[in-house]
Structures are given as structure tokens and as C-alpha cells.
Design a protein around this ligand. Structure first.
Ligand code: HSE
Length: 401
């Protein structure tokens, strides 16, 4: 019997208890022994809850109990989660977490600390909710030289964009539904401004590069400027609009960014709708492999946390290593990145747009008037930015994948 503690009895923490309750026999079969929650740390009490008697309010109770082998940190945020995780690892307990904010900020350091103490630090649930992408990268495709990762990494924004596209829904109303469904962050700005996708991109980029990619080094745009008219044009182009997190090696440089993109319908990422996430990983020998599944929500995320607990129990007495060193990765500025851009400007700006951008391809929509919309030739981000700033009457732009 392996005894574990869960820190935080919110959406994910209570989900971990539910997964262990409902799938106890399968979990035991997978881990080779029964897994039992001994403690749940929370500031609140939960009278009437099935796990009421396991609730404690003092982390030291967990820390000082030698029976606890695994601590699941599902509190979120940097502190006190960071202190609790460090103390647990230092006292010889393995840690698994869904806390992407903390993993993005301190993951490599915590992996090193786990190694030093011959325990494990796993964080499958921090990227892609229930999708087993990190374990696969660390195990099944670890021998590949990864060239690029492109993913839809935030369920809330994908849910919002899908509803705006398919139902013409209002941004704020859809965000409220995503919050009610338990997809959104406490502060939804983290979702809609792209910060959550940026942290997940930083985690993926760190594992891809084997070095610490800091989220502050990743250029990030959210989805707040996307309008119904953008979807009208996207339909004309046979494209979808998705918030993508991506990183790639190119010409000896490592690029990473988060931004909304127009994606052609023949690219599988364009078909990923609702709360689902998908991550396309390109290996030098393997080619593309796509991971797809529910990217947010209680049960899917909790299932990934439980998968980590099982992995740890199966590797008792061993450190599960990552190809990840705590040294800063060099992320290139996006200036030299090359692509096409979709631009909307006032109809009166057509001549100016053609003069500035050269051979543009006009995009027309019956549903939008008074505008000149076009796709630029391939150009660097730097070149685009300079020209876009010079164009009078500009309204908005999107990148093309
Ligand atoms: N707010 C996050 C999302 C939760 O919508 O993807 C899962 O990390």
C-alpha cells in the first residue's frame, strides 16, 4: 500500500480523490499496489465530504509522516506551493503536480532537487490536461531529435474561439461558461491573454531543448482582439483561428512564441475544437506525432496526476530522470521568424497597403464591408512590424501557419 497526500482540495485535488475512488482497482493493477490518500491539505473543512476525515490544515503533519511517499500538489500558484514542494522533495518524498505556473517558473530546479534526494518530480498534468504528452516525450520519443512543437494548449481559449466561430457567440458570455465548467483560471486573464499557454509552451520547450526556457522569454499574444469578422475572413480562406504555442529549432536558433494563428483546414490542428488540446511534435526520424485530448477540466487533469503517482510508485527508490538541466536556454527574438500575415485595414488604405507590402493577395468577405483585407508575401516578423506600423488605417492582423 502506497500512501499519498494531496495538497489543495479544489478542482484538480478533489478530482484526484475521485479518480482513486472510482478507478481504485485499475490504479492498483497499474501501480502494483493499492494507493491511498492519507491526507488532504486545505485551509477549509469539508463537512459531509467522503474524504472529510483526511483533511488537515498543517503541512508539517504530512512532511513529518514517514508513511507518505508521494505528495500531489494541486494548489496552483507559486507560494506556498513552491515551499511545500521543496520541503517534500528534501525530506525524501516524491512530488507530482498540475501546477503549470510553478513548473514553468521552477521546474528544472525542482527536477534537480528530486534527483539530489533520489526521488521524482513529475508534472504531466501541467501541460495538455489529461494528455500524456510529457511522459511520452521523456520516454517513448526521447531518442528523437525534436525539431518543432506546435500546440493548442489552452482549453478555455479554444472553447471560446470554437463557440465564436461555430455559434457567433459573444466573447464574455462564452468565457463565463468556460469558468462554470472549471476550465478557466481563477484570473481568466491568464487564459485569454495567452499567459497560461505561454507557461505550457515554456515547459514543452524546456523538455524539447533540455534546458530551462523561461516563460518571460517567449513572445506572447492572447485572443482578446479576435472578432466575428476575423472568422468571416477565415472561412473564406478555408482556415480556422486557433491560439497556438510553438517552439522550433531553425538555422541553429531556438524560437518560441504564443499567438493566434490562421490554420488551413487541411492541418489537423484546425479541427481541434472546444476544450480539447492537441500537440504536434516533430521528431527528426519520426516525423509528426500528434497528441490529442481534453486539455482542461477536473477529471482529465486529475487522471494525469494519478498517472504520475502510479509512475512514481512503480519506480520506488529510484529517481525518474528528465532530459532537463537547470541552465538557461537561449531563446531567439522572433524578429527573424518568417511567415505570411493576414491584415485588415480601412478600404481607403488599399493603395498604401499595396505600396508597402507589394504583391498582396486580397481576401474578400460578403459579410464585411468598408475594409481591404489581404495576405502578405512571406516576410520576417521584423519587416512585417515595420510596415504594419507605417500603414494608415490598419485594423488588425493575424499570422498564418
Ligand atoms: N485554464 C487552463 C485551460 C486549465 O483552459 O487550459 C488547464 O491547464
Amino acid at each position: 500500500m502506497a500512501k499519498i497526500a494531496v495538497l489543495g482540495y479544489g478542482t484538480v485535488g478533489s478530482g484526484v480523490a475521485e479518480v482513486l475512488d472510482v478507478n481504485g482497482a485499475c490504479v492498483e493493477d497499474s501501480a502494483g499496489e493499492k494507493i491511498e490518500i492519507k491526507y488532504i491539505l486545505d485551509l477549509r473543512d469539508f463537512p459531509g465530504d467522503k474524504h472529510e476525515s483526511q483533511v488537515v490544515h498543517d503541512f508539517d503533519v504530512i512532511l513529518n509522516d514517514p508513511e507518505i511517499e508521494v505528495v500531489c500538489e494541486t494548489m496552483g500558484g507559486i507560494e506556498p506551493a513552491f515551499t511545500f514542494e521543496k520541503k517534500a522533495l528534501e525530506s525524501g518524498k516524491s512530488v507530482c503536480t498540475s501546477n503549470k505556473e510553478l513548473v514553468a517558473a521552477h521546474g528544472p530546479e525542482l527536477v534537480e532537487l528530486a534527483k539530489k534526494n533520489n526521488v521524482s518530480y513529475l508534472f504531466e498534468a501541467s501541460v495538455g490536461g489529461g494528455i500524456p504528452v510529457l511522459r511520452s516525450m521523456n520516454d517513448s520519443i526521447r531518442h528523437e531529435r525534436l525539431d518543432s512543437i506546435t500546440g493548442i494548449l489552452n482549453g478555455t481559449t479554444n472553447y471560446i474561439l470554437t463557440k465564436m466561430d461555430q455559434e457567433g457567440a459573444d466573447f464574455d458570455a462564452v468565457l463565463k461558461v468556460a469558468q462554470d465548467k472549471g476550465y478557466a483560471e481563477r484570473n481568466p486573464e491568464a487564459d485569454i491573454e495567452g499567459h497560461d499557454a505561454c507557461r505550457k509552451t515554456a515547459i514543452l520547450a524546456s523538455i524539447m531543448s533540455g534546458q530551462f526556457v523561461k516563460h518571460d522569454d517567449i513572445y506572447t499574444e492572447g485572443i482578446t482582439k479576435i472578432t466575428g469578422e476575423d472568422f468571416e475572413y477565415a472561412r473564406e480562406l478555408n482556415m480556422a483561428i486557433k491560439l497556438l504555442g510553438s517552439c522550433k529549432r531553425e538555422d541553429g536558433k531556438f524560437f518560441a512564441m504564443v499567438a493566434p494563428f490562421l490554420i488551413p483546414f487541411d492541418n489537423s490542428l484546425s479541427m481541434v475544437n472546444g476544450v480539447f488540446n492537441a500537440i504536434d511534435v516533430h521528431g527528426n526520424m519520426l516525423g509528426d506525432v500528434m497528441y490529442y485530448g481534453k486539455g482542461a477540466g477536473k477529471k482529465a487533469t486529475a487522471s494525469a496526476v494519478v498517472a504520475d503517482v502510479i509512475d512514481i510508485v512503480r519506480h520506488k527508490g529510484k529517481h525518474i530522470d528528465w532530459n532537463l538541466r537547470n541552465v538557461p536556454a537561449e531563446v531567439a527574438p522572433i524578429n527573424d521568424d518568417i511567415r505570411n500575415f493576414f491584415v485588415r485595414c480601412d478600404a481607403s488604405a488599399e493603395t498604401g497597403a499595396k505600396e508597402l507590402f507589394g504583391d498582396v493577395k486580397q481576401v474578400k468577405s460578403d459579410k464585411v464591408s468598408g475594409e481591404f483585407a489581404f495576405i502578405t508575401p512571406e516576410m520576417t516578423e521584423k519587416d512585417f512590424k515595420e510596415k504594419y506600423e507605417k500603414l494608415r488605417g490598419v485594423r488588425s492582423y493575424l499570422r498564418l501557419l
